[in-house]
Design a binder for this molecule. Structure first.
Ligand code: XCC
Length: 629
């Protein structure tokens, strides 16, 4: 076993327990790999390394203020950021295209799905002049959505023109950042970010905002809305969370990633008594159980009230995946894009007997079985997944599941929050006006293993905020970190300040509300828009802060620009790779506020971050004429 002095700690006891198991088993985890990478490259950290051409790589230093071509630190940073934003936008839109394609296939009668929310489908489609029978509307709306995704960037996206709040649309029109089709915007953005094309840092950053808006309407909004049409809308429900949910006496299937459509078929198949009997015959006295992991688990958790007989819990977040396999209790892990560590296929799955199955066509992992999702093959693939799991159960070695069981409540969305409030957002607005709820913070996105993080930054920040009566909304692996820290449970209001605790008590909700996956960020913006409308103000006027407290990958960059385009103050930790450019840093942290009303701030200490959230919230409250408590 390699010995490395420094390692960051898993933040919750269950992960710590499994970490010790993995280390005893001789496994190297994300923690050792992070330690082995230290110290990390300062040029990359600051964003001032350019690898675009063969005269490079160039790094900006005290003695070299320009790259070989003459590019400054500002230009290098802006181009790098634009490329990341393009990749993140493309990925979210890819997911949206998959679900739109499934909706279209449902309408054409060649999919293993049916329309669960016909009213939602009709209402959404009607906004674009699409009406008819449910199947006809499904086909045409799916088709329309795909056309929007593939539209040109010189034709404004209808999704934006129809769905955007009028006040926001006016701002975006004035700035000239109403986007066209996202794939075209991405292509144009990548053209701008190549060598020797565009030296205008402001234009490059405005292009990020264009993609951020396209990311919202052709990406996140589409994902959430169409998935809800096909799988049902999120409803608050209580369920098991964290690694301790795994049952050593069951055949265990874990659905991992971001796209829950296949998982729904797996849950339906698992209901078949024949599969439960096969699992028992294989020696699993508790039958066959299905679990979710990462954002996919959060999505299933959102609609789990329909699947309580077969869905047994949300297992964990990005940095926990190796530890989950180290239980030896996962028989099949089926994953779509994204967020499976390469170490899983190469090291952890072989060591711990887990049969891996990739289910999306963008994935190739050596030695991993591929059963690629097609709308008309989902039921067949689901059966195959269960068959592999029963088979793998017989190959298990030692099983080590942490003994603690944890629970949480999930399934919040603008509709379910409004439902809990009695059909209108007004009680929340009144609670904000009265000061019981001082403001709202959205903590979204990934977890990282950087110093002081591992979910600890998220949990500490959320605790600090709810203590000070700030209602927290979570999405993505942030939700998991809060679930693991017991901040999303039925008893969690005891950690909140008196004002927030009284509101939570009256409504029967926790002080941290899970909206689901990181792709559900669009729903959080929907809630912010609903509150702004009820107050008769624009989004930037609200006592609201958005945050990616342990941000990790490219989709988060696209989502960050979505938040800034909507006029939100956005907290980031760790610092994005922009600090090497004084100009980009100034634009993102200051100048952009005069354009969209939004801005970015970086704070890697969660307590200081909470102070900054409160300062922002109280300043916005004062502007709205609301008292501070
Ligand atoms: Fe991956 Fe979404 Fe990030 Fe978690 S939150 S680490 S993307 S699974 Ni999106």
């Amino acid at each position: 076993m390699e010995t490395i002095a420094y390692r960051n700690q898993p933040a919750d006891p269950l992960s710590e327990y499994m970490y010790e198991v993995a280390r005893k088993d001789g496994m190297t985890t994300i923690y050792e790999r992070f330690a082995a990478q230290q110290p990390q490259c300062a040029f990359g950290t600051l964003g001032v390394c350019c690898t675009l051409c063969t005269d490079g790589p160039c790094q900006i230093t005290r003695k070299a203020s320009r790259g070989v071509c003459g590019a400054t630190a500002d230009l290098i940073v802006a181009r790098n950021l634009l490329a990341k934003c393009a990749q993140g936008t493309a990925a979210n839109v890819y997911h949206a295209r998959n679900v739109a394609r499934t909706l279209q296939a449902v309408g054409e009668g060649r999919a293993d799905y049916r329309i669960q929310e016909p009213e939602k489908l009709r209402a959404v489609a009607a906004r674009f002049g699409i009406a008819g029978s449910d199947l006809d509307v499904a086909r045409r709306f799916g088709e329309f959505f795909i056309q929007q995704i593939n539209g040109n960037d010189y034709e404004p996206l209808k999704l934006v023109e129809v769905l955007a709040p009028p006040k926001r649309l006016a701002v975006w029109r004035q700035l000239g950042i109403v986007p066209g089709g996202p794939n075209s915007e991405v292509a144009t953005g990548l053209s701008k970010s190549m060598t020797n094309v565009n030296n205008d840092v402001v234009d490059l950053l405005l292009h990020c905002l264009r993609m951020g808006i396209a990311n919202e309407y052709a990406g996140l909004y589409g994902i959430t809305t169409i998935q809800e049409i096909l799988t049902g809308t999120a409803k608050p429900n209580a369920g098991a969370v964290n690694i301790g949910v795994l049952d050593p006496d069951a055949v265990n299937v874990m659905m991992h990633g971001h796209q829950p459509l296949l998982a729904i078929k797996v849950l339906e198949a698992a209901r078949n008594p024949a599969w439960q009997a096969k699992a028992r015959q294989a020696g699993a006295k508790n039958g066959l159980k299905v679990y979710g992991s990462l954002c996919e688990g959060q999505q299933i958790f959102n609609i789990a009230s329909e699947y309580k007989d077969v869905f047994y819990g949300q297992i964990g977040n990005w940095i926990q995946q190796e530890l989950v396999l180290a239980t030896g209790a996962v028989d099949v892990l089926a994953f779509d894009y994204n967020c499976l560590m390469p170490s899983m296929a190469e090291q952890f799955a072989p060591k711990y007997h887990t049969h891996l199955i990739s289910t999306d066509k963008v994935i190739r992992q050596a030695g991993v079985e591929r059963l690629e999702f097609e709308p008309h093959k989902a039921a067949e693939i689901a059966e195959a997944i269960l068959a592999r799991a029963v088979e793998a159960f017989g190959k298990r070695g030692a099983v080590n599941v942490p003994p603690t069981k944890q629970t949480a409540i999930a399934g919040f969305t603008t509709e379910s929050v409004v439902g809990a409030l009695g059909g209108t957002v007004q009680p929340l607005v009144d609670a904000i006006a009265g000061g019981q709820v001082r403001g709202i913070a959205a903590l979204v996105g990934c977890t990282t293993v950087r110093e002081g993080e591992s979910g600890a930054h998220i949990a500490t920040l959320a605790s600090q905020l709810i203590e000070r009566d700030v209602l927290v909304i979570g999405a993505g692996c942030c939700s998991s970190a809060m679930q693991n820290a017991d901040l999303m449970g039925s008893e969690s209001a005891k950690h909140a300040g008196d004002g927030l605790a009284s509101v939570c008590g009256a409504l029967g909700v926790p002080p941290c509300l899970s909206y689901g996956s990181c792709t559900d960020i669009g729903k959080i913006i929907g809630t912010a828009v609903a509150v702004a409308d009820a107050l008769g103000v624009d989004v930037p006027d609200l006592p609201v802060v958005a945050s990616a407290p342990e941000y990790m990958e490219q989709k988060a960059v696209a989502d960050a620009f979505t938040a800034v385009a909507f006029g939100l103050a956005l907290h980031l930790s760790p610092a994005p790779p922009v600090l090497g450019s004084p100009l980009v840093t100034r634009i993102l942290t200051q100048d952009v506020e005069s354009l969209t009303g939004g801005r970015v701030f970086v704070e890697t200490d969660p307590v200081k971050a909470a102070d900054a959230f409160l300062a922002h919230i109280d300043a916005k409250r004062a502007k709205l004429g609301l008292s501070h408590s």
